[in-house]
Design a protein around this ligand. Structure first.
Ligand code: SAJ
Length: 419
């Protein structure tokens, strides 16, 4: 039986889409959690028991954790038994991993470290990042020993446990998913496993930190390559005048074939980013992974061209773009191919663009224009000549096909094709 007493206070650094749900779930198990974020807005919102992001059920969990005093947010790290690092790891313009958020976070954490502490990197990271994190902390705290220096005798334990939750299902998956836990030493991994056992019902599988880093990158690259296959098929089928949705449905009746869905491109901050970390580490060897990225990155341009070609049929076309979020039923517009396509359509100035995104109240700055409007679904469908589906939100799937009869449809997500 796990002794919760060994972990009396957990600090979660980075209160975004991963850090905040993780902090709230741990707090809900009766452990004291201190959440740390550089954003005062995030910290103030959380301390009022509210949330600054959208994720089903997160609001209730945070409200109750804050009300019971189990969860508190602050902008500066303070001492704790465990530090969970959940900050972004974007890439630079030339697809190189940018570890500056991790470096900055752990250098601040290092200042409050005490002998016996455990530091876990949850951010998706290139191979070797956990060891680098250990070195950064050692640079700041020469009075303490770290596992890359003293192995099992180190004062501080350091491990990597990549998050694997799916936006929209985060609370459920945080508890039910298996976790891969990689320690710089076996002792680091075991200590980290004790922590995750507080709230994870799935299996906690132990390995070394480099394998854990690569496992996460592999999972997302696997998905990227498979989506690229579907996207490439959709482009081939367009050329050959074949309905790709029907084709995939038929091919998937084979017992060992399971093709994913083509779309407007691959968005988000994971699948479109993580494969590049593998490419950066092994540029000569990672040929398929790199090509898949390029195929998926080229899909928005293909969809945009389709829209432009169809728009030529109309004198003053009105185009309804359904969906801005990077995937169905979430509010997250970051790295969204739907946003890219819509923005370029607005800038091309060939049409009036009616934007439908039920999860937002106002358009982001890059979509503001004299020819763009955030419009309700019903109004946009009634007014538009051309309807483009860019995100497969459930509300769009519920539209009755009869009201689309007179419209030209570019169904990049296959919403109605699949019905
Ligand atoms: N997409 C398609 N066709 C598909 C599936 C997805 O075009 O058949 C598109 C989506 O519309 C979206 C993008 O791919 O634009 C990514 O969506 P997703 O649902 O595949 O993945 P994410 O980015 O929301 O979450 C992924 C998950 N990884 C895997 O499924 C292997 C999640 O478990 C990870 O925790 C997350 O990345 C992460 O944080 O790394």
């Amino acid at each position: 039986m796990l002794d919760k007493q060994t972990f009396q206070k957990i600090s979660v650094i980075g209160l975004g889409y991963i850090g905040l749900p993780t902090a709230a779930v741990i707090a809900s198990r009766g452990v004291q959690v201190i959440g740390v974020d550089v954003s005062e807005h995030a910290v103030n919102t959380i301390n009022q028991g509210k949330i600054h992001i959208v994720e089903p059920d997160l609001d209730m969990l945070v409200q109750s954790a804050v009300n019971t005093g189990q969860l508190k947010a602050t902008t500066q790290p303070e001492s704790a038994d465990v530090f969970l690092i959940a900050v972004p790891t974007p890439f630079t313009d030339n697809h190189k991993p940018d570890l500056s958020y991790i470096e900055s976070a752990v250098k601040k954490v290092a200042q409050v470290l005490e002998k016996g502490n455990l530091v876990i990197l949850e951010s998706t990271s290139p191979v070797g990042a956990t060891e680098k994190m250990s070195q950064w902390m050692a640079d700041v705290r020469q009075d303490l020993s770290f596992p890359h220096q003293q192995a099992e005798n180190a004062d501080i334990q350091v491990a990597h446990c990549p998050e694997r939750v799916l936006p929209g299902y985060v609370i459920q998956e945080l508890v039910s998913n298996d976790r891969v836990i990689g320690g710089i030493t076996p002792k680091c991994a075991e200590r980290a496993r004790d922590l995750y056992k507080i709230f994870v019902k799935g299996d906690c599988l132990i390995t070394d930190s480099r394998t854990a880093e690569m496992a996460k990158l592999t999972e997302n690259s696997f998905r990227d390559v498979n989506i690229a296959f579907a996207n490439e098929l959709s482009i081939i089928c367009d050329q050959l005048n074949i309905n790709v949705w029907e084709l995939i449905k038929l091919a998937n009746r084979h017992p060992r074939v399971n093709i994913l869905n083509p779309g407007a491109g691959v968005g988000g901050h994971c699948i479109a980013v993580d494969p590049w970390f593998i490419v950066d580490s092994a540029p000569e060897q990672a040929r398929l992974i790199k090509t898949a990225r390029q195929v998926n990155d080229s899909k928005p341009a293909f969809v945009l061209n389709k829209i432009k070609t169809v728009a030529e049929q109309f004198k003053k076309p009105k185009i309804a773009c359904l969906g801005l979020a990077f995937k169905a039923d979430i509010d997250d517009l970051r790295e969204s191919p739907a946003v890219d396509i819509t923005q370029q359509l607005i800038e091309s100035n060939i049409a009036e663009v009616l934007i439908v995104e039920p999860h937002i109240n106002e358009l982001p700055d890059n979509l503001l224009g004299s020819n763009s409007h955030l419009t309700g679904l019903q109004g946009a469908i009634e007014t538009a000549n051309i309807i483009v589906t860019l995100t497969d939100h459930t509300v769009f799937k519920q539209i009755k096909p009869t009201i689309l009869k007179e419209k030209v449809i570019i169904d990049a997500r296959g919403i109605w094709e699949q019905e």
